[in-house]
Design a protein around this ligand. Structure first.
Ligand SMILES: C[S@@+](CC[C@H](N)C(=O)[O-])C[C@H]1O[C@@H](n2cnc3c(N)ncnc32)[C@H](O)[C@@H]1O
Length: 359
């Protein structure tokens, strides 16, 4: 859930106390400066979130503007918006080209609305109020083992989405644009042409399945997800006659009739017991010659600087009690659910395709 592109440690200079300012980062900084920079990363994250939420990148794409004008266009408090824009200047999102007048910098352009706004959509998600509050309970989770999201919001992540439609829209927009961005890498690495019918289990709004069906005109698809998760009309008209939507709970039932079952970014949402329960439902639904294709981040045995998966692993812990897994972890889950891991197909993205067969 979210692309692995939200490392809060992303290096900006912290020559001043609050961690702002483009320039040397990492090994170029004194450890004290670097530590203050990292520890104040929440200010940068929230300022970027404000910038994205207000659509300021799209306004500034049209030309530079005064802070007062930007405040008027976005119905904001002029002095406070001006102060945040100055801070955003120090971290390279905008440039203050003259006093109180701002232009979009190349970094800020990543937050423009486009046909595929992956960075914008994921920025709106990772610093959204409902993620933010749960991330703030990390110490509680580390000390107690309790789930942060449940602790802060009083309900599980997916129950929250089911009862907060605006939050669900932000979540599904981020999932859909990330999936659309990832389809090319999956299609380039795996041949789906032999499959007659593919079931995308918890396939969200169908971006992956649509991409596969567009490439393989003889293949049909079932898009399965929780009731309410599938946006009406979101499926591409060119595949609509070959794609059916089914709603349900994958802990109770998974539709039969597929010769391939996809699970993309699903198992990382759940602890091992729940992941095995989902896999068992897939196993029950599948014919003996069917194939299960799990698409998840490739987690190595040990963490190293610069890895994306460890940040995602912590995020999954906080939001859902989920986790990222190594190849050995997947092998154990699959074997507990009646599958054999046949092969792991790397892709040019950070995702693996783990092909498994019923035993
Ligand atoms: C992280 S998103 C991944 C969506 C999609 N596979 C992708 O890669 O973009 C997790 C999906 O699981 C679905 N989901 C969560 N709980 C579910 C349940 N009990 N039954 C069916 N789907 C569920 C959510 O609605 C959401 O679409």
């Amino acid at each position: 859930m979210t692309e692995p592109c939200h490392n809060p440690a992303a290096g900006e200079r912290a020559a001043r106390p609050a961690g702002a300012g483009p320039g040397p980062s990492g090994p170029d900084l004194a450890p004290e400066t670097r530590m203050l920079q990292l520890a104040s990363g929440h200010l940068a994250a929230q300022a970027i979130h404000v910038f994205a939420s207000l659509g300021l990148a799209d306004i500034l794409r049209e030309g530079d503007r005064d802070a007062a004008e930007l405040a008027r266009l976005t119905a904001c408090h002029p002095a406070n918006l001006h102060r945040v824009l100055r801070f955003l200047t120090t971290i390279g999102v905008v440039t203050e080209i003259e006093s109180s007048r701002f232009a979009l910098a190349p970094l800020g352009q990543t937050l423009c609305r486009r046909p595929l706004s992956v960075i914008r959509d994921n920025t709106l998600l990772v610093a959204s109020h409902y993620y933010w509050d749960a991330i703030g309970a990390m110490l509680h989770t580390v000390q107690t083992g309790d789930n942060a999201f449940q602790h802060v919001h009083g309900q599980s992540f997916f129950d929250h989405l089911a009862s907060h439609s605006a939050d669900a829209d932000v979540f599904h927009a981020a999932m859909t644009s990330s999936s659309r961005m990832g389809v090319g890498a999956i299609l380039a690495s795996y041949d789906f042409s032999a499959f007659r019918q593919i079931v995308d289990v918890a396939g969200g709004q169908g971006a992956l399945l649509t991409g596969i069906l567009r490439k393989h005109p003889a293949t049909r698809g079932i898009l399965y997800d929780a009731a309410g998760a599938q946006a009406p009309g979101a499926v591409d008209a060119t595949v609509a006659d070959r794609l059916s939507r089914v709603s349900g709970d994958f802990f109770d039932h998974v539709p039969g009739g597929g010769d391939a079952y996809l699970l993309r970014r699903i198992l990382h949402d759940w602890d091992d017991d729940k992941a095995v329960a989902i896999l068992r439902q897939c196993r029950k639904a599948m014919a003996p010659e069917g194939k299960l294709l799990i698409m998840e981040l490739a987690a190595p045995e040990t963490a190293q600087a610069g890895n994306d998966w460890a940040a995602m692993d912590v995020l999954m812990m906080l939001m859902l009690n989920g986790r990222e897994r190594t190849a050995a972890d997947f092998e154990a889950l699959l074997s507990a659910a009646g599958f054999r891991l046949a092969r792991i197909v790397p892709t040019r993205s950070p995702y693996w395709i783990i092909e498994s067969v019923p035993v």
